[in-house]
Design a protein around this ligand. Structure first.
Ligand code: GAP
Length: 495
């Protein structure tokens, strides 16, 4: 399904995934707030990433470093001198653009050949009336642009009560440096041998000149980063160990995104060519996803060599090495860095999950999110909210399920509508309590104690004893059984 960004942005706002930051004040440029469902989805992504890459591996440990660090960190890392984009300013409207992106923007033109009429012309194309190409500001079409100047993307702030240069520091533009400066602390505390990795999830801040495409490029975002330390003197399968580990991490990262739902056809690798390589990198491969605006970076996997540890050793005066007991030598490890953006991952998972289907002549919007990522796992719904026994049974069941999974109760619409709402936010299972479940005291009819469980993807429904609901859900969510396998053990319910 090729969903447009506009459709996704609208769904994200309407259903409480993502809101514009400070919207009632007109919004802040490219900052986003995650609503009730968004925060669940985001937490689920971070939780499964941490579980799969940290807790389930015996060569990984975690870290949570502070956002504000010693300012020399950013001098040593190269961010003070190199973390810049060339930018140009419009002398008329004062807007600022990335110099290397101006020619990729549609541009405003007041055409002399048509008595000064205003046109918006596609990026890179000339005016079809006068043949002119863009020379002025692409936005206002009037101002001359300044010559390019380097603009540092780090947000500055001041530590302590005085706003003076000595107190200047930065909001971290990546989580990676918190790992490098703690390399020796972690080594001493854990007595690890190479190879091993340190992972961190946390906020990063960049004063992007051209943020955009919703949460794809924002000024405040989250990263999930791993610095994997390898002995460069070792060989694996006849090759330098760092190169082998680099390939393994590329494969593992790609497999991880596909495991949680990205269509393999929507993911590809991009090898950085020589001039594209960062100054610290021996080799970098990006994982690209087919976003609505085209193939764009989802994450990067770089071989940062020993650049960072050597820089921090130089600037701090502390040795940042690992002692190889066998060879009796100090080694500065090479670093393989899988670095993913949480927000970009979330955007890709949402885009890939989005489907519009025709069901009995009506449009059904469904997010086919992986069950582990789905913000809500089970919705417990009453067929009749006027029947107190039905409602009480729902609340009791929801409370029981909520001890293990995100479960909600909703009675704000008729059942068909409630199903559609849950489909639209990706809830894998709906459980409905009806009159047959609880019986009818007035008619002296006993309930059968069974509820209907509906599967989001197939829309099939089965009739299950209330006591079995937890087991049914657990078999699928925790034990990896398929709906078809589990449903085979129960009678079908008619929808
Ligand atoms: N430590 C390496 C590093 O930070 P990067 O390619 O600049 O490398 C890694 O960033 C990932 O962080 C990107 O692949 C992307 O997923 C995410 N990211 C970077 N800048 C971002 C921004 N402005 N908004 C959202 N995500 C961003």
């Amino acid at each position: 399904m090729n969903v447009t960004m506009d459709v996704l942005v609208s769904l994200a706002k309407r259903r409480g995934f993502i809101f514009q930051s400070s919207e009632i004040y007109g919004g802040t440029g490219s900052c986003w707030d995650y609503g009730p469902l968004g925060v669940e989805l985001k937490n689920n992504i971070k939780r499964v990433w941490w579980r799969d890459f940290v807790q389930q591996r015996d060569d990984m440990v975690g870290l949570d470093a502070s956002i504000l660090m010693h300012p020399t960190v950013w001098k040593a890392s190269g961010h003070v001198d190199h973390f810049t984009d060339p930018m140009v300013d419009c002398r008329e409207c004062k807007r600022r653009f990335r110099a290397d992106k101006v020619d990729e923007m549609d541009w405003t033109h007041y055409c002399a050949a048509t008595k000064g009429n205003k046109f918006t012309i596609k990026a890179g194309e000339p005016c079809k009336h006068c043949g002119e190409r863009r020379t002025l500001c692409p936005e206002c079409g009037k101002g001359v642009l300044t010559a390019p100047r380097q603009f540092n993307l780090m947000f500055k702030t001041f530590m302590g009560p005085v706003e003076e240069d000595a107190a200047l520091t930065y909001l971290r533009p990546e989580t990676a440096q918190g790992i490098f400066v703690n390399f020796d602390n972690v080594l001493q505390a854990t007595r690890r041998k190479l190879p091993f990795g340190i992972a961190q999830i946390g906020k990063a801040f960049r004063n992007e000149i051209t943020p955009g495409n919703f949460i794809f490029r924002s000024r405040e975002f989250e990263q999930m980063e791993i610095e994997y330390f390898v002995n460069p003197n070792e060989r694996l399968d006849g090759r330098p160990a760092d190169e082998v580990w680099h390939d393994r991490w590329i494969d593992d990262c790609r497999a991880w995104f596909e495991r949680y739902g990205l269509d393999p056809e929507h993911v590809t690798l991009h090898e950085h060519a020589g001039e594209e390589l960062a100054h610290y990198s021996k080799r970098t491969v990006d994982l690209l996803y087919r976003f609505p605006m085209g193939w764009s970076e989802l994450m990067g996997i770089a071989n940062r060599t020993d650049f960072d540890l050597k820089q921090h050793a130089k600037f701090s005066g502390k040795s940042l090495t690992w002692f190889d007991e066998e060879r009796k030598e100090h080694v500065v490890p090479y670093v393989i860095e899988p670095s993913a953006g949480v927000d970009r991952a979330l955007l890709a998972f949402l885009l890939d999950a989005y489907r519009e289907e025709q069901v009995r002549g009506e449009k059904r919007v469904v997010l086919r999110l992986h069950p582990e990522l789905a913000p809500v796992k089970i919705a417990v719904l009453p067929l009749l909210k006027k029947r107190p026994e039905i409602v009480a049974t729902c609340h009791e069941l929801r409370a029981r399920l909520a001890r293990r999974w995100a479960a909600l109760y909703d009675d704000t619409a008729a059942i068909g509508r409630l199903y559609r709402r849950q489909d639209e936010v990706g809830t894998p299972f709906c459980v409905t309590v009806d009159v047959k479940t609880v019986g009818d005291a007035e008619k002296r009819e006993a309930g059968d104690g069974r509820v209907t469980i509906r599967d989001r993807d197939s829309m099939e429904q089965i009739r299950v004893p209330i006591a079995d609901v937890e087991t049914v859900v657990s078999r699928i969510l925790d034990a990896g059984a398929t709906w078809t396998e589990v449903a085979a053990g129960y009678p079908r319910a008619e929808g």
